[in-house]
Design a protein around this ligand. Structure first.
Ligand code: CDP
Length: 231
């Protein structure tokens, strides 16, 4: 007899909404594994740039995605054996990732790789389609939002801290473009799952947002037990 699959907390939302920071902190608090699904799309974009593949060549990109040699370790990621942690965060890779991510064949090529992160004792997964496509049976689904201006301010702070200089106007424009492309695509568009809880973080600190997600996860567990006739 195989037991129930490990629990999943799906944290989806638009660019720079804070979902990655929140999801990683929730995973730490619970001792769960963590999947940064956006990193996979970023890695496909980086690999495409390095190998000269066109961001519109769906078949070539799907082949790259299927063969991607990636190792995640302690908050770092290596591509083809070389550290790519910083390289995948550049604004050019961000924009290319959202172009690569429109292709259904690329998304299909990455699905099993994402599901393989679901191991005991549980998983916190962040992205755009964690609750809708990759883990539709997630116990807790959160859709993190924040105003575009607040998101641009947060991303600006992050990039400046890394020594990357960029203007707020440019960032706001990039974020709006990426949101429009992510929400407008036919394959797994950015949208809340019908059973997701919306979490607007415009006026919340990271700690407050993390506490809300943990409370949701714990109350979902209490509900499941109360609904269980054997309990
Ligand atoms: O951190 P940020 O929100 O800026 O980006 P990310 O989560 O690393 O995702 C980068 C890009 O990958 C997004 O703009 C999406 O186009 C794509 N993506 C996706 O399509 N599906 C996911 N589950 C995660 C990311």
């Amino acid at each position: 007899m195989t037991g129930a699959p490990p629990q999943v907390i799906a944290v989806d939302g638009p660019a720079a909404s804070g979902k990655g920071t929140i999801a990683a902190a929730v995973a730490r608090a619970l001792g769960f594994h963590y999947l940064d699904s956006g990193a996979l799309y970023r890695l496909v974009a980086l690999k495409a740039a390095r190998s000269g593949a066109d961001v519109d060549d769906e078949a070539a990109l799907a082949r790259l995605a299927a063969a991607l040699a990636v190792v995640f370790h302690d908050g770092t990621v290596a591509l083809d054996g070389d550290d790519a942690t910083a390289a995948i965060r550049s604004e050019s890779v961000s924009a290319a990732a959202s172009r690569v991510a429109v292709h259904p064949a690329v998304r299909r090529a990455l699905i099993e790789r994402q599901r393989a992160f679901r191991r005991p004792p549980g998983l916190v997964a962040d992205g755009r389609d964690m609750g809708t496509v990759v883990f539709p049976d997630a116990r807790t689904k959160v859709f993190v939002t924040a105003s575009a201006e607040q998101r641009a301010r947060r991303r600006h702070k992050q990039l400046i801290a890394k020594g990357i200089s960029i203007t707020m106007d440019g960032l706001l424009r990039d974020i709006r473009e990426r949101d429009a492309r992510d929400a407008g695509r036919a394959a797994a568009p950015l949208e809340p799952a019908p059973d997701a809880v919306l979490l607007d973080t415009t006026d919340l600190t990271i700690d407050e947002a993390v506490a809300r997600v943990l409370a949701l996860y714990r109350s979902a567990g209490a509900m499941t037990r109360a609904d269980d006739p054997k309990a």
